[in-house]
Design a protein around this ligand. Structure first.
Ligand code: AMP
Ligand code: MG
Ligand code: MG
Length: 337
């Protein structure tokens, strides 16, 4: 490849390394047993030490290398000096080797907006911690068969947790990096925990095997901790063969691209731009679609409203079917903006 890599490829390569570092911080805080939980707007809207440390790490690491990029993180944190050991300066070499799609090769720093969800699925992270640390203090990872049996369902919650770094240009989610810190938690010692998935429009998506739900079954994935009547009415109107309730926007998009679910349906305000930017880019990179419940795309300019008021409808295929099944009563119940 001639010349140095395009700016956006360097940013994605940095975001990949930064997301891996973030995953290790998320594991470390869980291991410490002291999550430092703070309620933001209520008991279903939490922040932990991991959310705070990871946001500091991601924002400081990216802005040090790319000072003119706009970075918007979920957490409202005091501006203070960031400890040097939170700074990640690595870049993923294989991403730097990729040829940048022509339409993105001349992007300048000022034109990019990065949306950061330092920990998506915080509610599930805290529930898993209560169970793990309550029953077996400071034993991590819980590799033994006995441990897995004892902690059962709480362990599954670990897969709901992700770190999301979404990159937007001209209001469009063009690239996304998703770290899943506890991927492989079921395996024994010696297996490495966690993985990083990434995708970019025009390049595809990497770090997982793309699969579709077999036999055209309608498997709907939706929230487990932020449900309401609009959400359940909408899910039922889609006549699902199966409904899965899990935490995290990132986790639900991973389910779509790995063939575990056919549609992500959340007919409610609640998700924000940092929840959907990285997942949307990854899904769109493999031909899927994420919109609001009216089928309209979300935009990711620096000055947009953070709340995705009109809900989230995401699919790998057959978006039109799910969109056409959203009841009028549900649309009427959602805010109009
Ligand atoms: P969930 O599917 O419930 O895990 O939600 C996906 C993302 O949207 C998570 O980051 C949640 O914190 C966020 N979210 C959804 N609904 C709400 C809500 N009612 N209040 C706060 N955050 C929410
Ligand atoms: Mg989130
Ligand atoms: Mg979060």
């Amino acid at each position: 490849m001639a010349g140095s890599p395009a700016l956006v490829m360097r940013l994605v390569a940095s975001a990949f390394a930064v997301a891996e570092r973030a995953g290790s911080i998320v594991r470390k805080v869980m291991h410490s047993g002291d999550l430092g939980i703070v309620e933001k707007t209520g008991a279903s809207d939490l922040q932990t030490l991991a959310d705070r440390l990871v946001q500091k790490s991601i924002c400081a690491s990216l802005s040090r290398r790319f000072p003119k990029i706009t970075i918007i993180g979920e957490e409202d944190l005091p501006s203070e000096a960031v400890e040097e050991d939170l700074i990640e300066s690595g870049q993923a070499g294989d991403i730097l080797q990729k040829v940048c799609p022509a339409e993105y090769s001349d992007i300048r720093e000022e034109e990019l907006v990065v949306w950061v969800d330092p920990l998506d699925g915080t509610k599930e992270y805290t529930e898993a911690a209560v169970s793990l640390n309550g029953a077996a203090p400071h034993t991590w990872p819980p590799h033994t068969a006995l441990g897995a049996l004892r902690h059962g369902t709480a362990l599954c919650l670990l897969d709901h947790v992700t770190v999301l770094i979404g990159i937007a240009y001209d209001g469009k989610a063009i690239a996304g990096v998703i770290n899943q810190p506890f991927f492989n938690y079921q395996l024994g010692p010696g297996e490495s925990l966690g993985r990083t998935l990434w995708g970019m429009l025009g390049l595809g998506a990497f770090g997982f095997e793309l699969k579709e739900v077999p036999g055209g079954r309608r498997i709907i994935t939706t929230t487990r901790s932020h449900s309401n009547k609009l959400v359940t009415d909408c899910v039922q109107a889609m006549e699902p063969h199966e409904v899965i309730k899990v935490g995290g926007a990132g986790n639900k998009i991973i389910q779509l691209v790995e063939g575990k679910a056919s549609a992500y349906v959340f007919a409610s305000p609640g998700c924000k731009k940092w929840d959907t930017c990285a997942p949307e880019a990854l899904l769109h990179a493999v031909g899927g679609k994420l919109t609001d419940m009216r089928g309209r795309p979300y935009r990711y300019h620096a000055d947009v409203k953070h709340m995705n008021s009109a809900g989230v409808l995401a699919t790998l295929r057959d978006h039109q079917y799910y969109s056409s099944r959203v009841p009028e009563s549900v649309l009427q119940g959602l805010p109009s903006d």
